[in-house]
Design a protein around this ligand. Structure first.
Ligand SMILES: [Mg+2]
Length: 179
């Protein structure tokens, strides 16, 4: 049994999709391509004036409450949870309003997980002790003592140093193909 840390935003939950749709609604601009092109934070956009707005969305009440679940995440996380020690780790503390939303979101879409499997932190995740981390942020995969699996997001496409999983079907294959 392995200990596997799983990130929430951009791995379980489609936060960039919601950012893009909010921006489209408010300003009539399609952010799909511009969003997430920079390495690092999802809201760290280079476009002038954009960053403030996008960052502000993440601090709004309810932003995290109704994010879409990424395809196959529920089924594969449940399967992982049956065979391994699964811990959900999100750097949520920067967005205090997100924490209740995130717990409720997990309860709604991943009811098989207990609150005891949730770790909220306010820093990069290289302090974690475990076998695997599945995360879209290079900072969290880099320096992790176990195996880092970089979950593909637009902002990390050019990264080549880490093992990569493009979606949850690939995560499933990675952990179960040999069975
Ligand atoms: Mg993330």
């Amino acid at each position: 049994m392995a200990r596997i840390y799983i990130d929430m935003d951009e791995v379980m939950a489609d936060s960039s999709g919601k950012l893009a749709s909010m921006y489209q609604q408010e300003f009539g601009i399609d952010l799909t391509d511009a969003l997430l092109k920079t390495e690092g934070k999802v809201y760290d956009l280079a476009l002038s004036g954009l960053r403030t707005y996008v960052r502000d969305y993440l601090h709004r009440p309810d932003f995290f409450a109704d994010l879409a679940v990424l395809p196959d995440a529920q089924r594969v996380v449940e399967r992982l949870n049956e065979h391994h020690e699964v811990l959900i780790c999100s750097a949520a503390v920067e967005f205090p309003l997100s924490m209740v939303d995130k717990l409720n979101w997990l309860k709604q879409y991943f009811p098989f997980l207990s609150y005891k499997q949730v770790v909220f932190c306010g820093r990069k995740k290289n302090f974690l002790i475990g076998d695997f981390i599945i995360d879209d942020h290079i900072d969290n995969v880099d320096g992790f003592q176990g195996t880092g699996l970089l979950f593909t997001a637009s902002h990390n496409r050019s990264e080549t140093r880490f093992e990569r999983v493009n979606n949850w079907l690939e995560v499933e294959q990675y952990f179960f193909a040999k069975e």
